[in-house]
Each structure stands twice: as C-alpha cells, then as structure tokens.
Write a protein that binds this ligand. Sequence first.
Ligand SMILES: C[S@@+](CC[C@H](N)C(=O)[O-])C[C@H]1O[C@@H](n2cnc3c(N)ncnc32)[C@H](O)[C@@H]1O
Length: 263
Amino acid sequence: MATPPSMRPTAPASTGAADPERRAAPERRAAPERRAAPERTADPERRARLFSLARQATGFMPDDEGEALYTAAMRAGSTFAVSTMVEIGAWCGKSGLYLGAAAEETAAVLFSVDHHHGSEENQPGWEHHDDSLVDPATGRIDTLPHWRKAIDGAGLSGSVVGVVGDSPTIAAHWAQPLSFCFIDGGHGEAPAWADYRGWAPHVCPGGWLAIHDVFPDPADGGRPPFELWRDALDSGSFVEDGGCGSLRVLRKVTGPAAVRPVG
Ligand SMILES: C[S@@+](CC[C@H](N)C(=O)[O-])C[C@H]1O[C@@H](n2cnc3c(N)ncnc32)[C@H](O)[C@@H]1O
C-alpha cells in the first residue's frame, strides 16, 4: 500500500565531515514548484459505471446514501485546488468506490484507512459477521484482497490509496489538511470517539466531515455515531450541510485557512 505524503520518511540528515568545523554545505532542496491545479474530468458514463460497481460491492451503504456521499465529496473536490480526502472504514471498497468516483472526477486523492480485520461487530458471533471474508490461513477476517479487487478492478488505483493500519495511530501521525473526511470505522464507543477525536481536527476550515450510521432514535441503531455528530455541532466548529438516511454531512466553519481554495 502506498504511504500518504505526510507519512513519508524524510531522508537522513547529512552529517558532513567528521570535523565539525569543516562540515560540508548542507544539501539544498529545490523549492517546490508551484503546481497548477490538477485537471478535472466529468464523464457521466464513467460515473454510472463506478456507481454500478459500488452498488454491487460487498458493504454496508445503501445506494442513495452512497450517491449522497459522492455528491458531498464532489463539493469538497471542487472547492479546493489540492484536495486530500480520507475515509475511515474501507471494508470491501463500497464507500471507496463512491468516494473514488468523486476523487477521480475532481483530481483529488482519497486515502482509504482500514486495518482490514473488521470491527468488533464483524467478528464471529456478531450481527455483521461474514464468514466468507475469513482468511482460512489465519482464521481472521481479511478484507484487503476484496478491497483491492474492487478498487483496482474499477481502475481507481490512481485516485484511491489504501492505508492499512490502526486508524487512531495513523491519525496521530497525519499532517495533511483534509478537504473531506468520512468516518465509518468501528462503531463501538471507544473506536468511534477515537476516530472522531483523531481525524476531525484534520479537516480544514471550509472542509467537510461526513459520519455514517447517525441514528437520532436509539431504536434504529447504536449511539456512538450520533453522539459524534452531536458533539461536532455542539462544538461550534461544524454546521450541518446535508445528508441522506443515516449519512450526515457537516462543514467546518472555524480555524485558520489551511488548504488553498480554487482560485
Ligand atoms: C462499517 S465497516 C466500513 C464500511 C465501508 N465504509 C463500506 O462502505 O462498506 C468498518 C470498517 O472499519 C474498520 N476498522 C474498525 N476499527 C478500525 C481501526 N481501529 N483502524 C482501522 N480500521 C478499523 C473495520 O476493519 C471495518 O472494515
């Protein structure tokens, strides 16, 4: 899996000659070139094909919510010249196909974060377990081959980058401001709050935060995603900006500008 830019190791510093008085001049790095905004492409046939693949993919996202997710990500990708998106909770690539369609269309990059061993609720004996996703060699769920097949098969590997590992650990080392962040990882109290606390601060002012499985009525589903959504609104940093079904979309309204808007 590729490594996001903010996580690339830096080259070891040159120490120069042993004599500290006679150190070699430090290597100078060329100033980064000012890059033009990447090219955006709108191809309705391609979009329809990606939506069709998304609908067929294994996962937990109703079609209308997937399309609303795409629409929200399209707004993010169209708002900023350089647009970095993250989804937490890749599973088998369903939401990644919707988000990947928006990333491709707006020349953004989606980093799709998952350890690929399933959440608590995906483990044997729980409601959302799928035995066909267990790797017989390890006895553990392994959705990475399924995710890769979905993303590569859709021709999205240029726009969607898999980041395999523990979400809060990755969030703690992440440095790139996000135009769009989709939280759909572990739905238990501890993992959901860890994702929210780890990733929401990376959303740039004017950027979007989407949360899946927000159920105001406890009879419809678990509380943590709803509580994150409530906290984001109560913080004053986010305002409601659409949604569909249990998908809620928020826009960040505070903080210093960190991502260059489209000029
Ligand atoms: C509800 S599924 C994601 C569904 C996906 N968005 C879709 O559209 O089908 C939740 C995912 O979160 C992942 N996950 C749970 N806790 C995690 C953690 N701490 N770090 C990384 N991934 C995690 C699980 O492996 C699982 O694939």
